[in-house]
Design a protein around this ligand. Structure first.
Ligand code: THU
Length: 136
């Protein structure tokens, strides 16, 4: 499963996006170290704060299915589903991912199969807050 495959799956996931308020459709796919794949899309709500981002939908689906180790996530999105920019994960999703994924998690954001940028979670969330700060 390479980054092009992940891009195509994330674009597929975007098809299920429910975004009647922002019309900003997002799809994400999370790759487990064991090869498993979990897709997610953004799910909006009339009570706006109840909205869930695509990345967290994918993450929570994976965790709910007993997955614990992840190697990459790919995110695509755009207004009215048109992918014209790199869909960078929001701060809340970066933090949510950091609960389960190391700084070496690969984060792919793409515009097309041939235009995919690659970051690590550590680059996108430096100096992060995590459970080690909470002590016993
Ligand atoms: N959104 C995501 O799905 N992922 C992000 O990382 C950023 C934002 C969604 C939430 C909302 O449905 C829409 O994009 C506009 O904020």
């Amino acid at each position: 499963m390479d980054k092009k495959d992940l891009f195509l799956l994330a674009r597929e996931a975007m098809q299920n996006s429910y975004a009647p308020y922002s019309n900003y459709n997002v799809g994400a796919v999370l790759l487990c170290k064991n090869g498993g794949i979990y897709k997610g899309c953004n799910v909006e709500n009339a009570s706006f704060s109840a909205t869930n981002c695509a990345e967290r939908t994918a993450l929570f689906s994976a965790i709910s299915n007993g997955e614990k180790e992840f190697s990459a996530i790919c995110v695509v999105g755009g207004k009215y589903g048109k992918i014209t920019e790199y869909a960078m994960p929001c701060g809340i999703c970066r933090q949510a991912l950091s609960e389960f994924c190391g700084a070496d998690l690969k984060v792919y954001v793409g515009i097309s199969e041939n235009d995919i940028r690659e970051y690590t979670l550590g680059e996108l969330l430096p100096f992060s807050f995590d459970k080690s700060k909470l002590g016993e």
